[in-house]
Design a protein around this ligand. Structure first.
Ligand code: SAM
Length: 240
């Protein structure tokens, strides 16, 4: 059975959009609290991977409230950053941050679907996706679309949760992730399913070599990954 946020009736994409619209007001705060601020370090590490490439047109897939887009602009100063997402509410919170930080001419946020991108072929030299690909309705379609809009030689960086394997960290982390985190998430976000779905979707998601195979299938080469924080998440990269 496919892991979806709320039920088995409507599509995963519709439910994912609804869920992120629901949790958008508290998304940034919950990220900081639930990860003890480590999520910001993970994004910085992911961006560091593309530093050498000196991107000019960067596409941030599933940009949400634009945390990675903003950090990429700060660390890399590319010509332009475009962030796309299917959740209007997440984008609205992102736009408020851009306004506040005077970044509206450097970063553009657009409602768009990674599985059916509105950009022409070879529009970007780098694409990033932080905690987004796990939520795609169709992972292979999403990755192929990202590949299509990258120019030849273009680089994709994916930051995504993985499953720790070593004893006793795996056991301790799972207690936190499966039982503790959904309670705080429910209390603060008022969405009783969102943070249960987070745990379930990570368990169901292909990680490490399985995910590299999916990247290769979508047309990426020289694919590799690096584990972060004892295997809580990983940075994947590949080239067109
Ligand atoms: C966990 S949030 C990550 C947001 C941001 N990248 C970050 O690092 O905080 C996942 C985001 O993926 C978006 N998303 C899911 N499926 C998508 C799709 N097919 N196309 C574009 N965005 C999508 C959701 O709307 C949500 O904002």
């Amino acid at each position: 059975m496919e892991v979806k946020p709320y039920n088995q009736q409507s599509t995963k994409k519709e439910q994912v959009e609804e869920m992120f619209d629901n949790i958008a007001p508290n998304y940034d705060l919950l990220n900081r609290v639930l990860s003890l601020g480590i999520d910001t370090i993970w994004r910085k590490k992911a961006i560091h991977t593309i530093k050498k490439k000196k991107p000019t047109h960067l596409l941030d897939i599933a940009t949400g409230t634009a945390d990675l887009a903003i950090e990429a602009n700060k660390m890399l100063n590319p010509g332009h950053v475009t962030g796309i997402d299917i959740s209007n509410e997440m984008l609205e919170y992102g736009r408020k941050k851009l306004d506040k930080q005077g970044l509206t001419d450097k970063i553009t946020l657009i409602k768009d679907d990674s599985e059916n991108l509105s950009f022409s072929d070879a529009s970007f030299d780098v694409a990033t996706a932080a905690f987004g690909v796990r939520n795609f309705g169709n992972l292979d379609k999403g990755l192929s679309e990202i590949n299509r809009v990258l120019e030849p030689g273009g680089q994709l960086i994916v930051l995504e949760f993985t499953k720790p394997v070593s004893f006793p960290f795996k056991q301790l982390f799972n207690i936190y992730f499966k039982y503790f985190l959904p309670v705080i998430g429910k209390f603060k976000s008022k969405d009783s399913r969102a943070y249960k779905y987070l745990y379930e979707s990570v368990q169901a998601f292909p990680d490490y070599d399985q995910f590299l195979e999916r990247m290769k299938k979508a047309g990426f080469t020289d694919c590799s990954y690096k584990k972060l924080s004892l295997g809580i998440c990983a940075i994947y990269q590949g080239f067109k």
